[in-house]
Design a binder for this molecule. Structure first.
Ligand code: 13P
Ligand code: SF4
Length: 336
């Protein structure tokens, strides 16, 4: 059972990236987490891809844009981020005086990993007259090399906010990039990165599923590959997809994104049916292995011992903040 002090906890985190101690199984973790939130003036921000228990105890659940906006404006002393590393890092970049906690530092992102800053810097040098728009799913190092950040909910507006003759590099997601090229008619240079979860969907299996559920609408995240997006009735960020299912008249949906979002869809529309789009193998690979590293136990431990904490080099933070600020400013202009 838990026998830690703050010092031991920090040492444990430096070895494994999270607190690997057994939690008393009789503890009511929901009540304990609520208590810790009050005691420490902490806010718990969670992404829709987190496990249902974490979503249920969160103060705010949202997409990447909503989470960044909440992190920027909060007055809490501690931001507990139930999401992946680039999201918690963005919170720290935007609100550096707060302590930002991530339950497991190993919660990375295959998309962010697909763009190492050194390689990207060399790539960028080949296009000196291009502006760089980077998807928020990237490291602070990539953000620092970018002119504007975007998320899936504002990407189209961000691209269109630039003059038509402005040459653009889009990184790191080639699928979102290709979708934006199609939507905006802009010919952008794309970095060759992708999300392991959104590339797993099987067109063949989704088509067969649709034959068995002819009234179901297919909804997809723009990180999916083009053949999946082509057959989708609606494409949007996680918040966009959730809102669509709340206002649309259909009662059945095939959902091509990470399965965590189904929890809120089902909660908001209990009378509707949501079917996870099948992946191209037999495992549940449309669960993000990074997002799902966070558990209720790790969340409780990280709040109790205030570690793992996100720390950043100040120069890197300032360089990474500029393009995020630009994104937030443009988003505000469009009421996003
Ligand atoms: P959004 O929630 O911003 O749509 O992003 C999805 C995603 O892949 C986050 O990692
Ligand atoms: Fe990264 Fe994809 Fe997981 Fe989102 S779902 S955190 S893009 S690996």
């Amino acid at each position: 059972m838990e026998v830690l002090n703050m010092e031991k906890a920090v040492a444990e985190v430096s070895k494994k990236g999270f607190l690997d101690v057994e939690v008393d199984p009789t503890l009511d973790l929901f009540a304990e987490i609520e208590k810790l939130k009050k005691e420490k003036n902490a806010i718990l921000l969670a992404h829709y891809y987190q496990e249902p228990d974490i979503q249920d105890v969160a103060d705010y659940i949202g997409d990447s844009l909503g989470l960044a906006q909440q992190a920027e404006k909060t007055n809490a002393d501690i931001i507990v981020f139930a999401g992946v590393h680039f999201m918690a890092e963005t919170a720290k970049i935007l609100n550096p005086s707060k302590k930002v906690l991530l339950p497991d530092l190993n919660a990375g992102c295959s998309l962010a990993d697909s763009a190492p800053p050194e390689l990207f810097k060399a790539f960028k040098q080949k296009y000196p007259d291009h502006l760089v728009i980077s998807y928020i799913n990237c490291s602070a190092g990539i953000k620092a090399l970018s002119d504007i950040i975007c998320t899936s909910s504002n990407a189209e507006k961000i691209v269109e906010s630039l003059p038509k003759d402005q040459k653009i590099i889009f990184a790191p997601d080639k699928n979102l990039g290709a979708y934006l090229v199609k939507k905006t008619g802009r010919d952008m240079v794309l970095w060759n990165g992708a999300c392991m979860v959104h590339e797993i969907f099987s067109l063949e299996k989704i088509t067969k599923l649709k034959q068995r559920h002819p009234n179901a609408k297919i909804i997809a995240h723009p990180e999916c590959e083009e053949p999946i997006l082509r057959i989708a009735d609606h494409i949007g960020s996680t918040t966009g997809l959730l809102k669509y299912t709340q206002t649309d008249s259909a009662t059945e949906y095939i959902v091509a994104t990470e399965t965590g979002i189904l929890h809120q869809m089902q909660k908001e529309s209990p009378h509707k049916t949501f079917i996870p789009a099948p992946p191209n193998n037999s495992c549940a690979c449309n669960d993000c292995p990074h997002m799902k590293l966070n558990t209720l136990e790790k969340l409780y431990l990280c709040m109790k011992y205030e570690t793992p904490e996100i720390t950043m080099d100040e120069q890197l933070r300032l360089a990474a903040k500029k393009p995020i600020d630009r994104m937030l400013e443009i988003s505000k202009q469009f009421g996003l």
